[in-house]
Ligand binder design. Structure first.
Ligand code: PLP
Length: 399
């Protein structure tokens, strides 16, 4: 009979993908559904970057490369880390993978023994806990509070560290809250970690460039003493609107990076050669488009914030980064839909918005924080306005 490995029991497929499936089903049935559930910018990949990928195909650059990335891409990654973060790595200390996701997954797989713990502050990106479980580790979820700006406090970090702690995951700007740790806040966390030399630091910087005027801080730069046990993860998906190209990269100690390389060499080999060429162009070309993108995102963020403020039962803080609003819907739990159904929890509320307003959002439970929804404002501005009006109308119909 068919039988899966025990390690499969702790993990399901991504809940954001499930929302997307429901959105597709409703769309196929002829409804004009707006998906504010996806963590993906609607902006096209900048043309110069696309041209570099096209040139790679035209020039026949379509074969295997070194597993950890071409020499050109590694040089571009090292230059990026040095230029933007003040982090100096050798070639042996950087690696490109098929998205930040592959590198994060492999980092857990390479380092966790059964029962090793990974500290994951909540709200968290949906994949961290399941990745830890698939690697047979134990996620230790540390709830963060809206009063603390949804940020992990040094005291909460200290309290969560135990003899089996292997990693702490720090994600700034944060998905789903948009919280951005200031340099001082990041320093306070690294001060705690300085006293725990066996704990590795996973810095997920994937939203680095999506910030609204606040500074960026990454642990290895704030605390150089931690650099030899910090894996700094970044990628092109969010900052360059290149989700489908599947290029992420990481910098960290050579022993860890070489283990990531081994895992890639026995699973996927090099990330797409064509995408690597595009990634070199992206990293070398700077981000001349970002100011315009941020202006658009700021306007959209305003639209969502106004909607939340106007809607009885919803509230939220102003996110400083990423492209999400994490809205409190606890006041609407226990209300009834026009069809008489009870809104029992945040999933029930998200389901109602999908069915009644034809707007897809992700329920907070998926991020380890029930009672909230994540609204991604990554669709064109007019569509967003229409979706927001529909959210407002649907909420007003609850009794
Ligand atoms: N980390 C966070 C916090 C994310 O939100 C995402 C994508 O949603 C990723 C990592 C993965 O990005 P990539 O497309 O590079 O695999």
């Amino acid at each position: 009979t068919a039988r899966l490995a025990p390690r499969m029991s702790g993990a399901g497929s991504s809940p954001t993908a499930e929302i997307s499936n429901k959105v597709r089903a409703l769309t196929a049935a002829g409804h004009a559904v707006v998906n504010l559930g996806e963590g993906e910018l609607d902006f096209p990949t900048p043309p110069a970057i696309c041209e570099a990928g096209i040139a790679a195909i035209r020039e026949g650059d379509t074969k295997y490369t070194a597993v950890a990335g071409t020499a050109q891409l590694k040089a571009a990654i090292r230059a990026k880390f040095a230029r933007e973060n003040g982090l100096v790595y050798t070639d042996a200390e950087v690696i490109a993978g098929a998205g930040a996701k592959q590198l994060i997954f492999n980092a857990f797989l390479a380092t966790l023994a059964t029962g090793d713990e990974v500290i994951v502050p909540a709200p968290y990106w949906v994949s961290y806990p399941d990745m830890v479980r698939l690697a047979e580790g134990t996620p230790v979820i540390v709830p963060c509070r809206p009063e603390d700006g949804w940020k992990l406090t040094p005291a909460a970090l200290e309290a969560a560290i135990g003899p089996r702690t292997r990693w702490v995951v720090l994600n700034s700007p944060n998905n789903p809250t948009g919280a951005v740790y200031s340099p001082a806040e990041m320093k306070a966390l690294t001060d705690v970690l300085a006293a725990h030399p066996d704990v590795l630091v996973m810095a997920d910087d994937i939203y680095e460039h999506v910030r609204f005027g606040v500074p960026f801080a990454t642990p290895a730069a704030v605390a150089p003493g931690l650099a030899d046990r910090t894996l700094t993860i970044n990628g092109l998906s969010k900052g360059y609107s290149m989700t489908g190209w599947r290029i992420g990269y990481a910098g960290g100690p050579a022993w860890l990076v070489s283990a990531l390389q081994v895992l890639q060499s026995q699973s996927t080999s090099n990330p797409s050669t064509i995408s690597q060429r595009a990634a070199v162009a992206a990293l070398e070309g700077g981000l001349p488009f970002m100011e315009g993108w941020l202006a658009t995102l700021r306007e959209r963020r305003g639209i969502v914030l106004e909607t939340v403020a106007r809607t009885d039962g919803l509230s939220c803080d102003v996110p400083e980064g990423a492209f999400y609003v994490f809205a409190d819907c606890r006041a609407l739990i226990g209300t009834r839909r026009p069809d008489g159904h009870l809104i029992a929890d945040d999933l029930g509320f998200a389901t109602y918005l999908l069915e009644a307003a034809h707007v897809g959002v992700v329920h907070g439970s998926a991020f380890g924080t029930p009672g909230y929804i994540r609204i991604a404002y990554a669709v064109d501005t007019e569509t967003l306005r229409a979706a927001c009006r529909r959210i407002e109308t649907a909420c007003a119909a609850l009794t």
